[in-house]
Design a protein around this ligand. Structure first.
Ligand SMILES: CC(=O)SCCNC(=O)CCNC(=O)[C@H](O)C(C)(C)COP(=O)(O)OP(=O)(O)OC[C@H]1O[C@@H](n2cnc3c(N)ncnc32)[C@H](O)[C@@H]1OP(=O)(O)O
Ligand SMILES: CC(C)C(=O)C(=O)O
Ligand SMILES: [Mg+2]
Length: 619
């Protein structure tokens, strides 16, 4: 549809900074910043229903347990709830760990600053944070201030905070710190930011031991993250007494690039980052502290924050914010650590298999296709990584079977079983749960109990009649190379049959015994492995068979403490699937069985054949 008007005409490109010889592009982040969690202030002020005291309490306790040492707990002059919450923290013994700073926010207004400082009376460590918007837009539209007036107000308020805190002997029980935010920093002329911050610095009087925090907000994200990094590098280079300053970032996410902005601006020299868990906050939110911290992990840097049980964090965040964490939120989203699509599953499964084969321990170098972070690092289970729907391939179902039943299917069986899974997923039109897939596997390959075929009793003996030479007198016969004879009673649909067959080994002798009742199978592939350890160990057997009367190969699976019985179960499972595969071509099946019946010279066989065909529907 043609646009009648072009809205882009209403906007201007953000002018880039002419920063000579910028350094940040060649820098890397090599340590975690100081973190400030502002969930209880910036996050809280943007909620439809702000948190009540108890919710703030729960959130605060969680932030402490995660390892945050600086927490903006309130805007005490805004509401009684915020004021009371600040008091409750201070007055409840043990509520605030000794190494945690309580930060509170106030605008540059004398009455509000007084109430704000009052709320902190008796705190062990407190940061008073004041803000004043500095951009031309705000000075002109919101306050009607000149640059000089803004500088004067900011310096006056810094001096007021000083007089009410570190200069007031009655407040000496508190360790005081001070933060000033030139709000709308990212839209303010860099020279003016320096000017106003120098005035505030002079009013506060920082030391190297007690630096002033200059927080540089992208109150509204205005441009690409490289421009924010330029602005921060400019500030770090031009502010005097840099050693007495902690440069802090406060990126919002209007353009969706707050994480990039925070990272580039750390490269540009910032020491500290303010944000919220899962990026809650005004409009599109504050920068996401979870993403920033876990991004550090993937670069081999410890973030000093414990997200090892991210599920629990999400629970508290969702409850207190009343906002769901998006299923695709970086790292934490419910759909992030899982793959539905076939080629992703294939690559992930191969990644895990390789890691296991290489014997890599939990803390060894992580390299798994499509998974930048070990799910275990955030308390997620590997089992949940691969999920199966109609978009999934053989690798997905194979992974689930491996995880659920500890069965390592051969490739050919994976291909066949994945078709079974895909058909059901398509029919249901939804994801299949791991337990459903495991049940489908057990049902398809009759693990546990084969409702049609059962070996009641059997023996396998060497076929001495085929011995090439009689044993020398006084010596026992070497039966190693002799053929084997299966003799046993097999129940088929409840009726018992005595069967006999001869072959190179137990499996081929049973296969030949089955041939006498018209089940004409040739074993073409065989694989077995142990499942479990020690006394609980079982043998898993996979057998692939062809038949002259079947268009496709069939698979059978057996699982038993005894290796021979496991392979028999696998063959009988294949036999059942053979009957099932004949469902579409009963004539062909019937013909084969009849021929075999005649060849066997028994009159009973055709009846069995007919019965088997009739039952095929039920399997
Ligand atoms: C970018 C940020 O996140 S800043 C933090 C924003 N958070 C909040 O605003 C939450 C809490 N706020 C509140 O409860 C209230 O807005 C209060 C208590 C601060 C002030 O309430 P009110 O006195 O009713 O003023 P109101 O909010 O309507 O208007 C703001 C006034 O403060 C002025 N003001 C706004 N910011 C600042 C500032 N940083 N420094 C000084 N004055 C400011 C405005 O110019 C306006 O003044 P005016 O009334 O003379 O035009
Ligand atoms: C008060 C300041 C730090 C703020 O929240 C912002 O500018 O976004
Ligand atoms: Mg903010």
């Amino acid at each position: 549809m043609p646009m009648l008007k072009d809205p882009s005409k209403k906007y201007k490109p953000f002018p880039p900074l002419k920063l000579q010889n910028r350094q940040w592009p060649d820098k890397t982040i090599d340590k975690a910043p100081r973190w400030l969690a502002t969930d209880l202030r910036d996050g809280n002020q943007s909620l439809v229903d702000p948190m009540n005291g108890d919710q703030k309490w729960e959130f605060f306790q969680m932030l402490c347990s995660l390892g945050y040492k600086e927490i903006e707990v309130s805007f005490p002059s805004a509401s009684q709830t915020d004021y009371d919450f600040t008091r409750r923290l201070i007055e409840t013994p043990g509520a605030v760990p000794d190494d945690v700073w309580l930060q509170v926010l106030s605008p540059c207004r004398e009455d509000l600053i007084r109430r704000t400082v009052q709320s902190l009376k008796g705190a062990k460590k407190a940061i008073v944070h004041i803000y004043l918007a500095t951009s031309e837009c705000f000075r002109r539209i919101v306050f009607g201030f000149t640059e000089d007036e803004s500088v004067e107000l900011a310096a006056k308020c810094a001096a007021l905070v000083r007089s009410l805190t570190k200069d007031d002997p009655s407040q000496s029980g508190t360790e005081w710190a001070f933060e000033f935010s030139p709000e709308t920093f990212s839209d303010t002329s860099p020279e003016f930011v320096i000017r106003i911050c120098e005035a505030v610095k002079a009013a506060w009087g920082p030391t190297e031991e007690n630096p002033i925090i200059f927080n540089l907000p992208a109150t509204v994200e205005m441009a690409t993250p490289n421009i924010y990094a330029d602005q921060v590098e400019y500030f770090c280079r031009n502010i005097t007494e840099r050693e007495k300053i902690c440069v802090s970032l406060h990126p919002h996410n209007d353009r969706g690039t707050s994480v990039a902005a925070a990272e580039l601006a750390q490269m540009a020299g910032a020491d500290r980052v303010e944000g919220c868990l899962f990026g809650n906050g005004e409009r599109t939110g504050n920068v996401d502290l979870v993403t920033l911290a876990l991004n550090l992990y993937t670069q081999g840097i410890t973030p000093n924050i414990d997200f090892s049980d991210l599920g629990k964090v999400i629970e508290v965040v969702e409850k207190c914010n009343k906002i769901e964490v998006h299923p695709r939120a970086p790292y934490g989203g419910s759909l992030v650590v899982c793959a539905f699509s076939g080629s992703h599953q294939d690559a992930i499964k191969k990644g895990f298999t390789t890691r296991e084969k290489e014997g890599k321990e939990y803390d060894e170098y992580w390299q798994i296709p499509y998974l930048p972070l070990d799910p275990k690092d955030i308390g997620r289970d590997y089992q949940a990584v691969i999920r199966v729907n109609s978009q999934s391939g053989k690798g997905g179902a194979a992974w689930i079977i491996q995880q659920q039943l500890h069965l390592d299917m051969p490739r050919g069986l994976q291909v066949v079983f994945s078709k079974v899974v895909q058909k059901i997923a398509d029919e249901k039109g939804r994801e299949l749960l791991p337990t459903e897939i495991a049940e489908l596997f057990k049902k398809t390959y009759l693990l546990g109990r084969n409702p049609r075929f059962n070996i009641i009793d059997y023996s396998i003996t060497p076929d001495r009649s085929t011995s090439p030479a009689p044993p020398e007198p006084g010596k026992t016969q070497d039966t190693k190379n002799l053929k084997r004879v299966f003799e046993g009673v097999v129940s088929i649909d409840g009726a018992e049959y005595k069967l006999r067959g001869r072959g190179n080994g137990p499996i081929s002798s049973l296969a030949n015994a089955l041939r006498t009742i018209g089940i004409d199978l040739d074993v073409v592939d065989y694989k077995e492995h142990a499942v479990g350890r020690g006394r609980e160990v079982k043998a898993a057997t996979y057998i692939e068979c062809t038949s002259p009367s079947a268009a496709e190969k069939v698979w059978g699976v057996g699982l038993h403490e005894d290796v021979v019985q496991s392979s028999f179960s696998a063959l009988l499972s294949a036999a059942s699937n053979f009957i099932r595969s004949q469902q579409g071509s009963p004539v062909a099946a019937h013909r084969t069985l009849e021929v075999n019946g005649k060849a066997n010279g028994t009159s009973k066989m055709p009846d069995i054949v007919l019965a088997l065909e009739a039952k095929a529907d039920e399997m």
